[in-house]
Design a protein around this ligand. Structure first.
Ligand code: NAD
Length: 391
């Protein structure tokens, strides 16, 4: 079984799908890895290190797609809407593709992937179960993003984060507010605390209160309660506009008192809710910073511009969309370990083994045999269910 690692082609992307240290584990399961020359360089993994661990280095992308039975990428076509389409011309029918596919993004793109005959697996659809935890790339990347959002804000804020008692007097600690306490938010809290900030956090799901407190942050209680705040999979549910309006009103004071606001609030398959309005930004002190980790999904702040850093009344609003790529060494290492755990499930003794009885396989398989096969993705795009086939 040949696993291909092309260089990431999304502009500015620095991660790589597999790193040299996972190759021996793959080799044990009879997976040989071919890598496009230079694929790991920007993440800190030169070709020579890949070769030392048994990879075959190929001169170009075309050769990787030509040799591989299964192609691994970080941003596949779908999540790479800028240059990903070119890969369709290189892919072979029945080739496997594993990576971030953004399956609920564009129906047309998912259909193109299906029409190319690819058997594609989306890591975004990995179930959030204990068994799948080692394969959960979404959590790995959210961890990196949460960390980096705080580091970025600390670099921009014209204040120190920690409380300092010096001969020149006492410096009061920075006040950091995290809105949305999923994986990224929890890591942002931990990072803010390590830097010595006073951290508060808010989430629509009341169950996170204890997690927030256990990290030494204050949980912001708002005098509103979301209806069925959490679905069976642990994700936030969408609320009505009336709820969001009330939420903004109650959050305004906390936002105004914060030096740094980091927003991470998203609802799967929906545009991110606007939780910080232009007026709320005007209420913040000049020099304050807002990092909007939901920028790619439309933003939690009304003023966020995706991929840009802007200033409004002295407040800096960061709308970076690919923060995980800015910590490419560890982001790639975590991603590669997640993919390896998944590949060891998919490939048995050098043969692809698509076992539809396995929840992890079933939940992540998006296209196969020319069809979009994932029931939830089909339903999301308003497509009829496929007639049951024995898999
Ligand atoms: P996410 O990226 O989908 O959302 C980020 C956060 O935004 C969530 O905490 C959500 O509640 C919050 N949010 C949404 N709307 C909001 C609003 N209007 N106001 C405030 N906050 C709002 O979340 P995620 O990081 O993917 O985590 C989702 C869930 O999955 C969490 O419960 C997490 O603990 C769980 N999880 C479980 C596993 C596992 O069991 N293996 C792994 C990862 C995550």
């Amino acid at each position: 079984m040949i696993i291909g690692v092309p260089k990431e082609s999304f502009p500015g992307e620095r991660r790589v799908a597999l790193v040299p240290s996972v190759l021996p584990n793959l080799a044990k399961a009879k997976m040989q890895v071919v890598v496009e020359a230079g694929a790991g360089v920007e993440a800190g993994y030169p070709d020579a290190v890949f070769a030392e661990k048994g990879a075959k280095i190929l001169p170009d992308r075309r050769s990787v797609f030509a040799e591989a039975d299964l192609v691994t990428q970080v941003l596949c076509y779908g999540s790479n809407d800028k240059t990903g389409a070119a890969d369709l011309a290189l892919a072979k029918r029945d080739q496997c593709l594993v990576g971030f596919l953004r399956p609920l993004g564009s129906r047309e793109i998912v259909q193109q992937i299906a029409a190319a005959g690819l058997t594609s697996f989306s890591v975004e659809l990995m179930p959030r179960t204990t068994r799948a935890q080692s394969m959960d790339a979404l959590s790995s990347m959210a961890t990196v993003c949460g960390y980096k959002s705080v580091i970025l804000s600390a670099g921009i804020l014209p204040k120190l984060f920690p409380m300092l008692t010096t001969a020149a007097g006492t410096i009061t600690p920075a006040r950091v507010l995290i809105i949305g306490v999923g994986v990224a938010g929890l890591q942002a809290i931990a990072t803010g605390r390590r830097l010595g900030a006073v951290v508060s956090a808010y989430d629509v799901r009341p169950v996170v209160k204890e997690q927030v407190q256990s990290l030494g942050a204050r949980f912001v209680e708002l005098a509103i309660e979301a209806k069925d705040a959490q679905d069976a999979r642990g994700y936030a549910t969408a609320q009505g506009e009336e709820f969001y309006a009330k939420q903004r009103e109650l959050l305004a004071r906390v936002v105004a008192e914060s030096d740094v606001v980091i927003t991470t609030a998203v609802v799967p398959g929906k545009k991110a809710p606007v939780l910080v309005t232009a007026d709320m930004v005007r209420g913040m002190a000049p020099g304050s910073v807002l990092v909007d980790l939901a920028a790619e999904r439309g933003g939690n702040c009304e003023l966020t511009r995706a991929e840009e850093t802007i200033q409004v009344n002295g407040v800096t609003i960061v709308g970076d969309i690919n923060l995980a790529s800015t910590v490419p060494y560890h982001a790639s290492q975590m991603y590669a370990r997640n993919l390896t755990a998944f590949l060891l499930l998919l490939v048995k003794d050098g043969q692809l083994n698509i076992n539809m009885q396995d929840e992890i396989v079933r939940e992540t398989l998006v296209t196969r045999g020319g069809e979009m096969v994932h029931p939830r993705v089909r339903e999301f795009f308003g497509m009829p269910a496929l007639a049951a086939k024995s898999a």
